[in-house]
Ligand binder design. Structure first.
Ligand SMILES: *Cc1c(COP(=O)(O)O)cnc(C)c1O
Length: 315
């Protein structure tokens, strides 16, 4: 009984974390000319470090960990992972220890990993080969440890998708289209499931940021086998994960200068480039209302700013 009330107390600890993610209409002349209304859902404003969809994906994982009386989160990520940073910050905010298996050589450092460390996260560097077998890694370090809780790379999974579904409950309007960037497909799956459950007419679109993004469909299927498959646009990966070209970088620069809203090339840059391109190709019907999810991840810019070949916008 005592343990039960302890759990209740723990749940109360989660409550002060209120989602702040307004819907902001974007006014770009090229889009207005085509009579397409684009609204941005500002999940990037949820938290500076537990950014965007990463909080949504962590929320039920953390609740589950509390319920199981675990006090140590263990997860996986690359050296610039938004998920690691979010887990490090959320972990310490809600009184968990955190450990991450980082894909990369011992001692790799960058601003994101430094911030993970500042939040108290323990980093274990592993080579590409060992990184592939995550269960094995986890078991060899923590298999006998009753205090640890396993969180998938990128927050993938049912608990993550459940958190992402809640985004749909917050919406102020019914949109013809919702677009999100895809890494694991968890965010897309959660949104698509919520749209289906609520019988909304909205069509759900994903922009995979990796090459050969068709696998996203299988990931969505695994999570929700019975829903209408979301629409995937496979040609906006720009060569693969974290790859870019001058076109994409110029678009990102123009978008930020025109709107005052920060985006980055790895996820939201590709996403908005795709929406812009589809508008210009008359993919939509005039008067369509399009919602784009700003999934955050702005610290990714810290590893990419040197790529910009800044264009003089004053000419
Ligand atoms: C992690 C991340 C994504 C990918 O989300 P999935 O649910 O894994 O598809 C999209 N955008 C940003 C900014 C991210 O950090």
């Amino acid at each position: 009984m005592k343990q039960f009330s302890l759990n209740l107390f723990s749940f109360n600890v989660m409550l002060p974390f209120k989602i702040h993610s307004p819907e902001t209409e974007l006014c770009l002349p090229a889009w207005e000319k085509k009579h397409i209304k684009v609204t941005l859902k500002r999940d990037d404003l949820i938290h500076p470090f537990i950014s965007g969809n990463k909080w949504r994906k962590l929320k039920y994982n953390l609740e589950e960990a509390l319920q199981l009386q675990k006090n140590h989160l263990v997860t996986f990520g690359g050296a610039w992972s938004n998920h690691l940073l979010a887990t490090a910050c959320a972990g310490t905010t809600f009184k968990f220890k955190t450990t991450a298996f980082v894909r990369g050589e011992e001692g790799v450092n960058n601003p994101v990993l430094a911030m993970c460390r500042l939040f108290g996260m323990q980093l274990i560097y592993v080579d590409r080969e060992s990184y592939r077998d995550k269960e094995n890694l986890y078991n060899s370090y923590f298999g006998q440890d009753p205090t640890t809780f396993y969180i998938h790379e990128g927050g993938y999974g049912m608990l993550g998708a459940k958190g992402c579904s809640e985004l749909v409950d917050e919406l102020q309007h019914e949109y013809q289209h919702i677009f999100t960037a895809c890494g694991t497909g968890t965010t897309l799956a959660g949104i698509a499931n919520a749209i289906e459950k609520r019988d909304l007419f909205t069509r759900v679109h994903g922009i995979p940021v990796l090459k050969n993004g068709g696998f996203i469909q299988e990931e969505v299927d695994q999570l929700y086998p019975d829903i209408t498959p979301p629409i995937l646009h496979l040609d906006y990966h720009f060569g693969g994960y974290a790859k870019s070209n001058t076109d994409l970088l110029a678009f990102v620069q123009h978008f930020i200068a025109a709107t005052g809203i920060m985006i980055e090339p790895t996820y939201t840059g590709k996403l908005l480039y795709a929406v812009d391109d589809l508008i210009k190709r008359d993919y939509f019907t005039p008067a369509d209302q399009v919602l784009v999810i700003h999934t955050g991840g702005l610290t990714g810019l810290l590893g990419m700013y040197e790529r910009f070949n800044f264009i003089d916008l004053h000419q």
